[in-house]
Design a protein around this ligand. Structure first.
Ligand code: G
Ligand code: G
Ligand code: MN
Ligand code: NA
Length: 244
């Protein structure tokens, strides 16, 4: 309850800030996009990541307003993005249950001057399956304006393959837990190969998350993974330290 009050203050005092992490081509490391990640500049505890406050934000419903605040700041930053690059944002499952999410998002893009073709929305399997009909409707309408959808944390949820083609997805993001055991003995390489083959069959781009070592980059390239993200290429950084 105390944190809920503090989160209300955070909104009022504008303490939420997007950090941006580059998404790159694995072959030449060129930047193709950035993921916006929420940070809370807490007055006493310093810079907090979602793990410290997301649960309370979701339970209290404050995540709604917090997300919109972050979308606005992220879109303003991305308004001058070079062609061919994109901004990827994370959305609470709540938004995919609302009928007017697409309309609100397009209005926000219009106000900030960001081209919808430069936006990708990251959703999780769970949030798609919450209210699949509504999620399909709003994501399809957004797609008609050029907004893409990425399936985040792929492999950590139900991973029922049957629903993948039922949503207008553009990107599959392989969860970083799969990379942890890459390079060691294990089944990660086989699983990642299978995911890449599946994505290829469905016409989706693949982004591997959590790449920390050159060895991981090499293995992923050999497995046919085109894109990646992780500390090897860049940590999430404030806007002042990262060009779009
Ligand atoms: O930033 P961090 O590196 O700790 O992110 C952890 C998780 O928090 C992300 O995987 C994502 O699911 C979630 N997250 C990050 N930023 C946002 C945001 O702006 N809105 C929402 N709803 N979730 C976010
Ligand atoms: O849940 P989502 O995948 O959207 O959030 C990405 C999370 O992963 C963020 O919390 C971000 O700070 C973190 N992250 C990004 N790159 C790396 C990495 O190379 N290693 C680790 N351990 N975490 C990372
Ligand atoms: Mn994400
Ligand atoms: Na993820």
């Amino acid at each position: 309850l105390e944190m809920e009050g503090e989160l209300r203050e955070a909104l009022r005092l504008d303490q939420l800030e997007p950090y941006f992490q580059p998404i790159v081509r694995l072959d030449d490391r060129s930047v193709v996009g950035h993921e916006a990640l929420m940070r809370w500049n807490h007055p006493r505890r310093g810079v907090l990541a979602p793990g410290d406050f997301l649960a309370v934000a979701e339970e209290s419903g404050l995540i709604d307003a917090m997300d919109w605040r972050l979308f606005k700041r992220s879109a303003a930053w991305a308004a001058g993005m070079p062609p061919g690059t994109y901004l990827s944002i994370n959305v609470s499952p709540r938004h995919l249950r609302r009928e007017d999410f697409d309309q609100r998002m397009l209005e926000l893009l219009g106000r900030t001057g960001m081209d919808p073709k430069h936006l990708v929305i990251e959703v999780t399997e769970g949030s798609l399956l919450d209210d699949p009909d509504n999620a399909r409707m709003i994501l399809t309408r957004l797609q008609s304006h050029g907004v893409g959808t990425a399936l985040d944390d792929f492999g950590t949820g139900y991973s029922s393959l049957s629903y993948l083609h039922a949503f207008p997805l553009r990107v599959l993001k392989i969860d970083r837990t799969f990379l942890a055991s890459l390079g060691q003995q294990g089944h990660s390489a086989a699983v990642i190969s299978a995911v890449i083959a599946l994505a290829g069959a469905l016409g989706l781009d693949v982004v591997a998350e959590g790449i920390e070592t050159e060895e991981q980059r090499q293995v992923l390239l050999e497995l046919g993974c085109e894109f990646g993200q992780g500390y090897l290429f860049g940590k999430p950084m404030p806007a002042t330290a990262s060009a779009p």
